[in-house]
Design a protein around this ligand. Sequence first.
Ligand SMILES: Cc1cc2nc3c(=O)[nH]c(=O)nc-3n(C[C@H](O)[C@H](O)[C@H](O)COP(=O)(O)OP(=O)(O)OC[C@H]3O[C@@H](n4cnc5c(N)ncnc54)[C@H](O)[C@@H]3O)c2cc1C
Length: 299
Amino acid sequence: MKNFDVIIIGGSYAGLSAGMSLGRSLRNILIIDNGKPCNRQTPHSHNFITHDGKAPKEISDLARQQVEAYDTVIFHEGSVIKLRRKDQGFETETSAGEKFYTKKLILASGVKDIMPDIPGFAECWGISVLHCPYCHGYEVKNEVTGILSDGDMGYEFSKLVYNLTKDLFLFSNGKSVLSKDQKNKLAQNNISLVEDEIEKIEHENGSIRKIIFKSGKEISLKALYAKIPFLQNINASGDLGCELTEHGFIKVDSMHKTNIPGVFACGDNVTMMRSVANVVAQGNFTGAVVNKELAEESF
Ligand SMILES: Cc1cc2nc3c(=O)[nH]c(=O)nc-3n(C[C@H](O)[C@H](O)[C@H](O)COP(=O)(O)OP(=O)(O)OC[C@H]3O[C@@H](n4cnc5c(N)ncnc54)[C@H](O)[C@@H]3O)c2cc1C
């Protein structure tokens, strides 16, 4: 069994950023990653200064190259399937049966988006079905756009997207739960609420052409925003007892500490604000906090 100061689970933007803070602090680091970042289907990543418009992999490949240049950092390709508390630290086990031991653990494992059962949706995810107006809204400004959501979430999201285009539909995919006031406000802003159930999304290589409804109605679109559910990629609550928030994020304090001493979390697994810039900042900060904790303990 190999011993490390810190094991980081997830070697994407958050994990690599934490790895850089720690590697530069002469900590003995293992980053374990199974190569499935959530944005892998999106052709261009936006809104991360100095890398605007680059392919997501181009950004993460460069990050990995820079982090691996530190001889304190080891990058290991593998899937962590089990976490255990062991002695004063933690043991991680991969699907290949490898076991690694660490004093501190950083969970930077992101989340898995759960695609709705709508034919065409998964193929368009990250290409023309969008998770965030800050990342992709500018590219489809003033285009005919839909939002797949309902209730308060759909209503609030409509306000944001309305700033980018006035050609806007809100698809509740069944009878809407919006209040009368919310419906009136949408109508005042010429946002069409469509309550028909969606049959499928017609697309060409992920570029949306139209939404086809079970009623036979069809609406041509350029982009569709969607708020979809997610799952954690790692069972930190079951394996270690890490608390989750009511929305399913790993619960951390302002120092990115979970409720389990020695276990930290950063990135999409702790935040609603899913952007590369945000998680890189979180990873950088978390690395520094973990380094400080190690320094305190050994002084
Ligand atoms: C479709 C889409 C498009 C996006 N576009 C943009 C954009 O244009 N601009 C922008 O700023 N943001 C964008 N985002 C948001 C951005 O991609 C995320 O905020 C960011 O990827 C989160 O980084 P992360 O490191 O927390 O998680 P991720 O990037 O998802 O990485 C998690 C890593 O952990 C690994 N992992 C997970 N579980 C395990 C395990 N058990 N064992 C080993 N490894 C594991 C995965 O393989 C992965 O490499 C987009 C998101 C999506 C979903």
